[in-house]
Design a protein. Structure first.
Lengths: 364, 280
């Protein structure tokens, strides 16, 4: 049970800045997921919290105490490694009991604690085996059990599910989330899998190139991405991006395509937001695939497109349409089908329209 | 196809048998000499069939008039000096290797090269300065002096060998132990060492063999009180000249423990020798 704070944390490896002035507050009992592409500094951030890496600048604060100079063993955190790091010379039982052996605890209590956590994760039957004789899923559970056998202040997890096959991953995801809700222990969880992040997190912190991009609930980062990176990273298929220029006089967007310039009149709900824009501002219009409607007849504000490709995913259909060099991906229910080359009109749902500054990438 | 592979096997077996004969023959000759009488040893043409005698083995420890020789003492010295040196060189070697393997330090490569360089000079090249130093420090012909020397002599080897073993152990295990509430020292003892038993065994065997067989330092730096078997056996001259039978008998008894020991740990040894050459 603890609050974790990162204040202006910087970590460098030679010339490269792995973590660049990260400020982050993780509340007591919160499940925070650090999300980002590989090499974005999320694992380094996690290891810095653990104390396995010394930070170059800034402070790491746990419950209002700066712990920069505290050794990992004194920070009272449990770390679940991506490669599990189960001690190969010990049985599953002894692996789980290992963190307890250093504490003043008698064998009977250790026995009952390990058995209890083993029952929770359903691994009692493999207690006597060495890690090399365990399947990836079982190794994962043992690693989790080793972390959970204590009641540390914070759980730190580094892509713990990445080595599991798809079905097991979905099961473990739910299991982990359930356990975290029951135990209410502050958890920082690193992943590059946005589905995992959306499914499990109380809040998501998205990182890129060592810089924290946005922190928010899964809903917030999906609906109101703070910049183009977040908008692009979250969601699959990702948001459609259309380069355009703002025309102040008509309160509309000029969308250049190869032969002509399309005019898209901004709906009224965008009006307040766009007051700060001047004529000719270079913008990007972003719209999620599910916020585009497809019509077979011409509609007002519709853009004429031709149908390119269908991805039928069973639960939904992904349609690729294009107007010249302008491509748009649309998500619909599996009932909607169109034929290749067919003329269609697409329109944007007003609530789904997001505008970004093309130069800074920031949301407007 | 099948015939060719059969031929292949015959040829390789034949080659192996020839090699084994070449390598085994000196050993056989040593055993045979130990079991011959003086006349049989110098007989020309050499005797391959004879009635074995154990007189030479008795002669190692007792003179013809029934008095004890010094060889029991020399054997004792060999055992004490070799095992103590092995113990210390593995202990210090493992600690040094772990530090070099895990911690950041300036000039690490230079340090490792320096450690390696202690093995570059042959023993004979360092003999004179060592002799003078040992005499000045009063270390000549003492057990602790020889243990110190052999430990130092073996350290270069054990450090390099143990480092390659520690490098192979992923650092995550120690990090896991640190997170589990253990200090670095405890992590080393409880997580790293148990996983490097093979490396420890291999280093120990190599150290032991090196100390056990060491001749040059032993023959010059010891005379009586810390003398080991190899230098002692070399000066085994009786009133009838070199006593080949007794030398062979001593050599046979001296070689036997190392042979058995090496045979027992041959798997670890092989792993130690080929470490790094094979990807896991």
């Amino acid at each position: 049970m603890a609050k974790v704070e990162l204040r202006n944390v910087v970590k460098r490896y030679g010339q490269t800045v792995a973590v660049d002035h990260v400020n982050l507050e993780i509340d007591d009992g919160e499940f925070l997921i650090l999300l980002g592409p590989s090499g974005c500094g999320k694992t380094t951030t996690l290891r810095s919290i653990a104390g396995l890496e010394a930070v170059d600048e800034g402070e790491i604060v746990i419950d209002d105490v700066v712990v920069n100079n505290k050794r990992p063993s004194d920070r009272d955190m449990a770390f679940c490694f991506q490669q599990y790091a189960l001690y190969p010379h010990l049985t599953a039982f002894e692996n789980i009991a290992f963190p307890l052996r250093t504490q003043q605890m008698n064998n009977q209590e250790i026995d009952s604690r390990v058995t209890e956590v083993g029952r929770l994760l359903q691994i009692e039957d493999i207690f006597k085996r060495k890690p090399s004789k365990l399947s990836a899923g079982d190794q994962q559970r043992v690693a989790l059990a080793r972390a959970m056998v204590r009641q540390p202040k914070v759980y730190l997890m580094d892509e713990p599910l990445s080595n599991l096959d798809a079905q097991l991953r979905v099961d473990m995801r739910a299991e982990l989330r359930r356990l975290q809700i029951t135990n209410q222990i502050t958890t920082v969880y690193v992943t590059h899998d946005q589905v995992e992040a959306m499914a499990m997190a109380d809040r998501i912190a998205i990182m890129n190139l060592g810089v924290l991009q946005q922190v928010g609930t899964p809903d917030e980062v999906y609906t109101y991405p703070a910049n183009l990176f977040v908008a692009n990273f979250i969601g699959s298929p990702s948001m459609n991006f259309i380069n355009c220029n703002f025309q102040a006089s008509t309160h509309s967007l000029q969308i250049p395509t190869n032969s002509e310039t399309l005019i898209f009149r901004l709906p009224d709900n965008i009006k307040q937001v766009s007051t700060g824009l001047h004529d000719g501002s270079e913008l990007v219009l972003g719209i999620r695939p599910e916020d585009i409607d497809i019509h077979t007849e011409p509609v007002e504000e519709g853009i004429e497109c031709s149908y390119i490709l269908l991805e039928a995913l069973g639960s939904e259909n992904i349609h690729h349409t294009g107007h010249g060099e302008l491509n748009m991906v649309v998500r619909t229910s599996p009932a909607d089908t169109y034929s290749e080359g067919q003329s269609l009109w697409v329109s944007f749902e007003h609530d789904g329209i997001r505008l970004f500054d093309r130069n800074s990438g920031m949301a407007i | 196809m099948h015939q060719k592979s059969l031929l292949n096997r015959i040829v390789s077996w034949a080659g192996l048998i020839i090699l084994i004969v070449i390598f085994i023959f000196p050993f056989y000759w040593m055993v045979a000499t130990a079991l011959k009488t003086r006349m049989q040893i110098v007989a020309i043409p050499p005797l391959f069939f004879f009635e074995p005698t154990f007189e030479n083995f008795r002669g190692v420890f007792f003179t013809s008039s029934g008095l004890e020789t010094n060889f029991k003492f020399f054997f004792k010295m060999s055992i004490i000096i070799a095992s103590l040196s092995t113990f210390f060189s593995v202990l210090f070697g493992a600690l040094a290797a772990y530090s070099v393997s895990r911690f950041k330090m300036k000039g690490k490569d230079d340090l490792m090269f320096f450690i390696l360089s202690t093995r570059m000079l042959p023993a004979i090249a360092t003999l004179v300065p060592l002799f003078l130093m040992y005499r000045a420090l009063g270390l000549s012909d003492t057990v602790h002096g020889m243990v110190l020397l052999y430990t130092m002599f073996n350290l270069g080897f054990t450090v390099w060998m143990m480092k390659s073993f520690f490098d192979e152990i992923p650092i995550e295990y120690e990090e896991a132990a640190l997170m589990d509430g253990y200090s670095r020292w405890e992590a080393f003892l409880k997580v790293v060492l148990p996983q490097s038993v093979t490396g420890l065994a291999a280093s120990a065997v190599f150290s032991l063999i090196a100390c056990w067989n060491e001749f040059v330092y032993g023959s010059i730096l010891t005379t009586r009180y810390a003398r080991t078997v190899p230098p002692a056996v070399a000066v085994r001259v009786g009133h009838e000249g070199y006593e080949w039978g007794k030398i062979a008998a001593t050599a046979f008894m001296y070689v036997l423990p190392v042979l058995i020991f090496t045979f027992l740990v041959r798997k670890s040894l092989l792993r130690g020798l080929t470490f790094g050459a094979i990807k896991k």
